[in-house]
Every structure is written in structure tokens, then in C-alpha cells.
Design a protein around this ligand. Structure first.
Ligand code: 7RM
Length: 648
């Protein structure tokens, strides 16, 4: 019996880059992409050195890459500073006086920071850190809302060589405590509060709870954002604005080794103890600079909006570092997409004349559910490029995004990557690579991606398998902080020398990559291995369905049965007849083998705070077990209760 993942849903629509877009783009044709890709694979050192030379180095590197699997060094011997590359580098040209950050708070307050102003604030705050004896290599927790101070704090750490670890503002005291313990952080940078759906999130109180027992933290710097009443611990806590009184704005960037640690970002993984993904300086900078430049083809006059929270890797790489390394204008929005009403994003696009919008499939499906009238109210004609990240995008959602948001004129870049990869690895280049709805298309420069079977042999076209990366890339993780063995085991042991992504995928006859879901979520129905994404996309292609998640449950006859959790569009009635209709709909689109044994209607699906569906929890619910796994990354706990109640 073969063990490959099967593919049954074949998407045939192709969208070529619009001619006027291609003409102005850096990479203008598939041929040009292929030529450069070939060069990047055949002569990686030459390719990456050319990219790196566009940045500021204070001492030249000796070797572009040194690979002693699974440990990589990029630009070894080189010295640089990432904040210098994001700030000082732009102060000698007209960029000095352009907006680096456009920010809007959830209540509607606004701020603009030019490159000059951002540089000034970063230098002053870096001096505050120094004043508190925070230095090179020290770990600093940043627990802030998506406000300019988050970027300022990150860049200030980078400026002095401190290692930041941003903890998402929606996480609890327990998560902060775990991350402090694992990283041995000496300081926490937080705010009195942040806004979320009109309410104040008591960030400082959560920090106080996390610090109740003894920890390695010696100081807490608090930014006043909401003005709510806040306890300040004498001898430990200080106000951000108060500290600025003591410092000047003179702070030369520290000279750092290319492999100096830049940040640790914790990811929960599918179970258990959070993993501290470690990224370093030189390779990460070159990676985010280069992907931002080619994937978003960002221009000086663009307003770029990545809607991610700074607490996620997407916020690190494409809200803060990528745009600033390129001297672009990055828009930051603090709040929820449906506050005060479901058209908040479109209001922002219209008001700021956003040119490039980068968001998640989960958000797109929510907009579809909320109704087109919210979109229609606004002028979105400033948009020229759209992007998605975080999950496979269902073809129907892709088409909606293309039509309703992109007005049919904007290319869509469906970017595949991970916290671990640091940068986008599989993606269209908008002026060069024709897109197919639901496919992340082709590998970025220097990325040697392949799909293999259990034995590690590459599989043929349209055969599913495990997605691996066969050589190092500049922004790859360097280790799991404090746990080299886990790093080796988790990512590099199954196919030695190759990076295991944990995702299942197939390549089609054009070499395009289609991610079919996490390997752990693959179903095994009567000997057929089925990825989750195709069945879900088939369900979402039904006019009544807003969102779907498919999981397996034990089945005596078939090994696993298919259970589909489905949320419906507004006004659609959850009838028994509709369940049958949906089962048949999947049967007709994919085949009888994928037909759900059971369809369950749900008000909402359990998601992580970054919008990924938590199929692990649904699996437990579908098999009638109680939910036992880690639920700390769940966005909304009430979802679990209502899901259980939805059982017949
Ligand atoms: C950036 C980010 C990583 C996981 C990854 C995939 C899934 C991300 C796509 C995608 C299909 C995409 N980092 N994923 N992007 N699946 N198409 N374009 O999301 O560490 O939080 O998650 O997300 O499963 O392994 S992450």
C-alpha cells in the first residue's frame, strides 16, 4: 500500500501578471524569474552576496554561507547593525523626511513617524535600555499592543544588541511567565493597556501576575497608552516617558557579528512546551530585505499595510523589519478588523490610500461572511497588490479577494512560510509568475523546496508528500533557544540535512506548490491519505458556506471517518437537508472517498490568535473525547463550549 497524500481537487484557473504591473516590476517575466532562480541555486554565494551588498556592513563577511548541517552561518565574519540598516541608512536621502510608520489606534487616534523621527525615538529608547544596564545579548520581553512603541522597542534592542522576544498582547500572564523563564529575560517592556474591540486589555496587570514569583526580570518599562489605573512596583517598574527625561538621542549602533542573536519568537507548535525560535542578524536582514523587495515589489511611494500583530513572525518580518529595511512606509493598525464595524479595514485602505495589502485567509473568509456591502462602501482603487499568509487560501476566497478587494486588477501573492523560516519561501513574484487560486506557486530565490515520500525520495507531479527544504537559506532559524537537541530532532532528523516543514503538499505539472495542510492533520480514509485543505475548499465553494474545518475520527470500517465543521454565511439556515447537500457537494467535487461522514454546523471554529484553525481540538471533539491538549493559544474559549453543545 502506498502512503502518499492523494489529491482530488484540481484548480484550473490561471491569472497572468497584468502587463502594466509586469512592465514596472523588478522581475518582469517568468523567464527572468527562472534565470535568477537558477543562478540563486547554482551559485548561491554570488546571488546572496549581491543582495547583501545593497545593505550597510561595517566589516565585510568572509564567507557567505557555512553549512555544517543542521547549523548554518551566514555572512560569517561580517559586522553590521540591523537598526542602522532600517534607519540611519535612509537619513542621507530624501527618505529622511518620509513616513516610516503610519499608525492608527483602534479608537481612531493617529500618529506618523518619519524616518528621522523614528531614528530619534529609537536612539533615545536604546539609551533608556542602556541606563538600565541592558546590553548585548541580554533578553528583553516586549509585551505591547501594535503601536509604534513596539517597533521602537524592537529596533532599540537591535541597536544595542539585546535580544528581543515579543509576546503577543493577547497572551496571558502564564504565557509571559513561561517565556521569561525559558529566555531568562532581564527586562519587560509593556504598556498600561491596549485596546481590543473597544475594551482595554490590562497588559501591565498581566505582567504583574507573571512576576509574582521570583524571576530573572529586574526592570519593567511601561508605556502609557490607555491611562487606566496601573500599579507601579517601586524599584522595578518605571514609566517610558519618565525615563526619556534622563537620556539624549545620541546612540551609535553597536557593531554586531552577523550571527549575533536578533530575536527569539515563541511558537506553541502543535503540542506542549513553547519553542523559542532563534533568529540572528545578518542573514535575517538580507532575507527580509530581499523578499520584501521582490515579493511585494515595494516602491518608495507605496503605502504598505501588513495587518498582522507585531507579536507574530509576520509582524516582525513584514510590519517592522522588511518595510523599514527597504525604506518603505509601513502602516500599523492596533485593533480588530470589525471594530467599530466590519468595514474598518476598508475605511483605512481608503483613507490612507493603501497600495499593498497583506492579510490572512481567515480574515478574508470573515469579510465574505460579513457581506459585500461593507466593502462596497469604500474606494479601494489605490490598491495595486494583494497578499495572503497563514493558511492555504480556499480558491473561492482567493477569487473573492481578487474581485471585490483587488477590483480584478491586483495580482495576489499567496506567500508560504513559517516562524522558523523567518521569511517567505514559496510565493508568486507579482510581475513574473502566473497565479493559480490556492497555490503558493514557486520557490523564492535560493529556496530548494521539494516534496518527498516517507523514504525521502522526491515524488512525481500531483503526488502528495512532505514538504522539505534541501539547503539552508539566509533567514532560517538557527536553533530552538536553549535546546539544540530538540532543534535537530524536530526539524532535521527525519531526512538528515533537509529541513522538515511539517506541512503536506503536492506539486502540479507546472511545478507549482499546493499546501494541503499540516502532516499531523492528514486523514486516512480506507487507505486513502487526504489532506484537509481540499475537502475544506470544496465545502467553502458551496454558496452557503463561510468556513470549514475537516478532521478525522476513528472509524472501525475505514480507519478514519471524515467530520466537517462548517460555519454558514449570514441568513443561511442550518438544516438537515443542507448537511446532505454539503456531503453530496464534496462528493461531486472531489469524489465519494472524501464525502464527510458527518457535517456539523458551528457558530465559529476554534482558532489560534493568529487565525489558524485548531484542528487538533476539533479532532478531540469529533471523537467524543474531552479536550485535553494545550488551549492557551485559543482565541475564544467560548467556541469550545458551543462546539460541544452542537453535538446531536
Ligand atoms: C507566517 C506564518 C506556519 C504554518 C505553515 C503552514 C501555514 C503559512 C501559508 C500556509 C498554506 C500559505 N508562520 N501557512 N502560510 N499554508 N499557504 N500561504 O504563518 O509559524 O505561524 O505558521 O502556517 O502550515 O507551516 S507560522
Amino acid at each position: 500500500m502506498h502512503s502518499n497524500i492523494e489529491s482530488h481537487l484540481i484548480e484550473k484557473r490561471v491569472f497572468r501578471p497584468p502587463k502594466d504591473f509586469a512592465k514596472k516590476a523588478r522581475i518582469k517575466s517568468l523567464d527572468q524569474y527562472r534565470r535568477m532562480y537558477r543562478e540563486s541555486i547554482n551559485r548561491p554565494a554570488k546571488f546572496w552576496a549581491r543582495e547583501a551588498r545593497e545593505l550597510v556592513w561595517r566589516a565585510p563577511w568572509k564567507k557567505v554561507v557555512e553549512w555544517k548541517a543542521p547549523f548554518a552561518k551566514w555572512f560569517g565574519g561580517g559586522k553590521l547593525n540591523l537598526s542602522e540598516n532600517c534607519l540611519d541608512r535612509h537619513l542621507t536621502s530624501a527618505r529622511r523626511n518620509k513616513a516610516a510608520i503610519l499608525w492608527e489606534g483602534e479608537p481612531g487616534d493617529k500618529r506618523t513617524l518619519t524616518y528621522q523621527q523614528l531614528h530619534h525615538e529609537v536612539c533615545r529608547f536604546a539609551n533608556v535600555l542602556k541606563r538600565h544596564k541592558i546590553g548585548k545579548g541580554d533578553r528583553v520581553i516586549i509585551y505591547l499592543p501594535t503601536i509604534p512603541e513596539a517597533a521602537i522597542a524592537m529596533l532599540a534592542c537591535a541597536r544595542i544588541g539585546a535580544v528581543h522576544s515579543v509576546v503577543f498582547g493577547g497572551f496571558s500572564a502564564d504565557s509571559i511567565r513561561d517565556r521569561i523563564a525559558d529566555s531568562g529575560a532581564v527586562a519587560v517592556i509593556t504598556a498600561d493597556g491596549g485596546y481590543r474591540r473597544g475594551a482595554i486589555v490590562p497588559l501591565k496587570k498581566n505582567v504583574d501576575d507573571a512576576l509574582r514569583e521570583k524571576t530573572s526580570v529586574k526592570c519593567v518599562i511601561v508605556f502609557r497608552r490607555t491611562g487606566n489605573e496601573t500599579h507601579m512596583e517601586e524599584g522595578r517598574d518605571v514609566w517610558w516617558h519618565g525615563e526619556l527625561e534622563y537620556v539624549d538621542a545620541n546612540c551609535p549602533p553597536a557593531l554586531l557579528d552577523s550571527e549575533h542573536p536578533l530575536y527569539i519568537l515563541y511558537t506553541s507548535g502543535s503540542t506542549g512546551k513553547p519553542k523559542g525560535i532563534l533568529h540572528t542578524t545578518g542573514g535575517y536582514l538580507v532575507g527580509i530585505y530581499s523578499t520584501m523587495k521582490y515579493v511585494f515589489d515595494v516602491r518608495d511611494e507605496d503605502i504598505f499595510w501588513c495587518t498582522a500583530d507585531v507579536g507574530w513572525v509576520t509582524g516582525h518580518s513584514y510590519v517592522v523589519y522588511g518595510p523599514l529595511a527597504n525604506g518603505a512606509t509601513t502602516l500599523m493598525y492596533e485593533g480588530a478588523p470589525n471594530w467599530p464595524e466590519p468595514d474598518r479595514f476598508w475605511k483605512i485602505v481608503q483613507e490612507y490610500r493603501v497600495n499593498i495589502l497583506y492579510t490572512a485567509p481567515t480574515a478574508i473568509r470573515a469579510f465574505i461572511r460579513w457581506g459585500d456591502q461593507w466593502v462596497a462602501k469604500h474606494d479601494l482603487s489605490s490598491l495595486r497588490l494583494l497578499g495572503t499568509v497563514g493558511e492555504p487560501i480556499n480558491p473561492e476566497a482567493w477569487i473573492w479577494y481578487h474581485k471585490k478587494i483587488g477590483g480584478g486588477r491586483c495580482p495576489i501573492v499567496d506567500t508560504w512560510w513559517q516562524t522558523e523560516t523567518g521569511t517567505i519561501l514559496i510565493t508568486p513574484l507579482p510581475g513574473a509568475i502566473p497565479t493559480k487560486p490556492g497555490s503558493a506557486t514557486l520557490p523564492f530565490f535560493g529556496v530548494d523546496a521539494a516534496i518527498v515520500d516517507e523514504k525521502g525520495s522526491e515524488v512525481g507531479a500531483n503526488v502528495g508528500g512532505k514538504l522539505i527544504i534541501r539547503r539552508p537559506w539566509p533567514a532560517m532559524l538557527r536553533t530552538i533557544y536553549g535546546d539544540k537537541e530538540r532543534y535537530k530532532k524536530q526539524y532535521w532528523s527525519e531526512f538528515p540535512g533537509n529541513y522538515l516543514t511539517g506541512d503536506g503538499a503536492r506539486r502540479d505539472e507546472d511545478g507549482y506548490f499546493w499546501i494541503v495542510g499540516r502532516i499531523d492533520d492528514v486523514l486516512n480514509v480506507a487507505g486513502h491519505r487526504l489532506g484537509t485543505s481540499e475537502i475544506e475548499s470544496a465545502l467553502v465553494s458551496h454558496a452557503g458556506v463561510a468556513e470549514a474545518a475537516v478532521v478525522g475520527r476513528p472509524d472501525e470500517m475505514k480507519g478514519q471517518g471524515v467530520v466537517a465543521f462548517v460555519t454558514l454565511k449570514g441568513g443561511v439556515k442550518p438544516t438537515f437537508g443542507l448537511k446532505e447537500e454539503l456531503r453530496n457537494h464534496v462528493g461531486a467535487h472531489i469524489g465519494a472517498i472524501a464525502k464527510p461522514d458527518e457535517v456539523r454546523f458551528a457558530e465559529a471554529l476554534p482558532k489560534t490568535r493568529s487565525g489558524k484553525i485548531m484542528r487538533r481540538l476539533l479532532k478531540e471533539i469529533a471523537s467524543g473525547a474531552t479536550v485535553t491538549g494545550d488551549t492557551t493559544t485559543l482565541e475564544d474559549f467560548s467556541v469550545l463550549t458551543t462546539l460541544r453543545e452542537s453535538e446531536e
